[in-house]
Write a protein that binds this ligand. Structure first.
Ligand SMILES: NC(=O)c1ccc[n+]([C@@H]2O[C@H](COP(=O)([O-])OP(=O)(O)OC[C@H]3O[C@@H](n4cnc5c(N)ncnc54)[C@H](O)[C@@H]3O)[C@@H](O)[C@H]2O)c1
Length: 361
């Protein structure tokens, strides 16, 4: 089966390509990515010599390109990650989110409908759409977790653009019979995450001795899932999910932002205690002189429209598809911290290319 992975040079897309090629012998993977600020060829560098991987630089909004890729590579499965994904950026400039997340998703759906129809694959090709729990809006402290029938109530332009793309995907199934599935997942963390997001930003700021900015009181609650578990969840939906259905994916792992940062600080404190070489590599870090990383925590003005709590009821994927995450937060965060400590060349090149500001999360 030939697979098209969109957004394959981004955080989750690149982890998915690694996961797919490591867990399957036969797949030909076509990786399509526009290489925006968030996309990095280096995320796929370890697979450069793998003949099963073909990389194409281009936009999902380019209808001609997308159609020719689906046709010429005889794509039977499309896994759609490409998106503008950072909430802060959607507040500063929503237009790019409308274009990539709504127009881009529609361009892909139209191409699949047209080419799979021509090839007689209309019922055979499979379109898996990767979405977010942010489409459901926000929860109060005692509200039940989001389930698949929770009404959509997106609060940021990012979440609204993802909600619109989810509806388009659904409509192509109901109206045109396209074989689609959708997953709505909670916050991911792990290797190759662009260092503007909370966890990698905090790891790198601790290493550089920069402040750890926490929005508001830091009590906003998120559910966290290790990225490899998300990849496994997507595979189980593609393999065994009901066509036309959506599946919520989460880690059953709710944490307040401030507690995530405190846990990260404790992990980094102990890495420095165990490995004296780290003090030489990162002399600006407070941990290099035995001071806790948590002394860098600073509270900053809250983000407008900041959702208070997200929580996922992942009962459907658990009971129907027998999916459970393998990692808990401590094991997953430990692996993530170690990956960033071991991959300084990667994050230095990403920071250098993008001139990443250090003051936001
Ligand atoms: N990161 C999370 O915690 C999380 C959680 C749930 C769902 N999601 C969803 O998963 C998907 C991937 O998220 P991520 O965190 O890996 O994002 P990311 O920002 O790291 O990667 C997005 C990738 O898409 C590419 N891209 C953007 N516009 C494009 C276009 N027009 N054409 C082709 N490529 C384009 C970028 O170059 C980048 O490589 C997104 O759809 C996001 O909504 C993310």
């Amino acid at each position: 089966m030939n697979i098209l992975v969109t957004g394959a040079a981004g955080f989750i897309g690149s982890n998915y390509v690694h996961h797919r090629l490591n867990s399957s012998e036969a797949d030909q993977v076509v990786a399509l990515d526009a290489l925006t600020y968030a996309g990095n060829r280096a995320n796929l560098a370890e697979l450069e010599d793998d003949p099963r991987l073909i990389f194409i630089e281009g936009s999902i909004c380019d209808a001609q390109l997308v159609e020719s890729v689906v046709r010429e590579h005889q794509i039977g499965l499309l896994v759609h990650f490409a998106a503008e994904s950072h909430v802060d950026r959607s507040i500063d400039g929503p237009d790019a989110f409308i274009e990539a997340n709504i127009v881009g998703t529609h361009t892909l759906l139209r191409a699949c409908k047209s080419v799979w129809g021509e090839l007689g694959l209309a019922g055979g090709g499979h379109f898996h759409h990767v979405s977010t729990d942010e489409v459901y809006g926000t929860l109060g402290p005692e509200d039940p977790a989001f389930h698949e029938r929770t009404p959509y109530a997106p609060n940021s332009p990012y979440a609204a653009s993802k909600a619109a793309s989810d509806h388009l995907v659904r409509s192509y199934n109901r109206t045109f019979g396209l074989r689609v599935t959708t997953s709505n997942c909670s916050n991911n963390y792990g290797p190759y995450q662009f260092p503007e997001k909370l966890i990698p930003l905090c790891i790198l700021n601790v290493l550089a001795g920069r402040p750890l900015p926490i929005y508001g009181d830091g009590k906003q609650i998120r559910d966290w899932l290790y990225v490899e578990d998300h990849c496994r969840a997507i595979d189980s939906i593609i393999a065994r999910g009901s066509v036309g259905d959506t599946y919520n994916v989460g880690g059953n792992n709710e944490w307040a932002n401030i507690d995530v940062v405190r846990l990260l600080c404790a992990l980094l404190d102990s890495r420095f205690q165990d490995d004296t070489d780290l003090a030489k590599r990162f002399p600006e870090s407070p941990c290099a002189v035995g001071t806790s990383a948590s002394t860098l925590i600073r509270f900053v003005d809250d983000r407008p429209g900041h959702d208070t709590r997200y929580a996922i009821n992942a009962g459907k994927i658990g009971s129907e598809l027998n999916f459970t995450p393998r990692e808990n937060f401590e094991t997953g965060l430990g692996m993530t911290v170690d990956w960033y400590l071991d991959n300084e060349v990667w994050w230095k090149s990403v920071q250098g290319k993008n001139n990443i500001p250090s003051a936001k999360n």
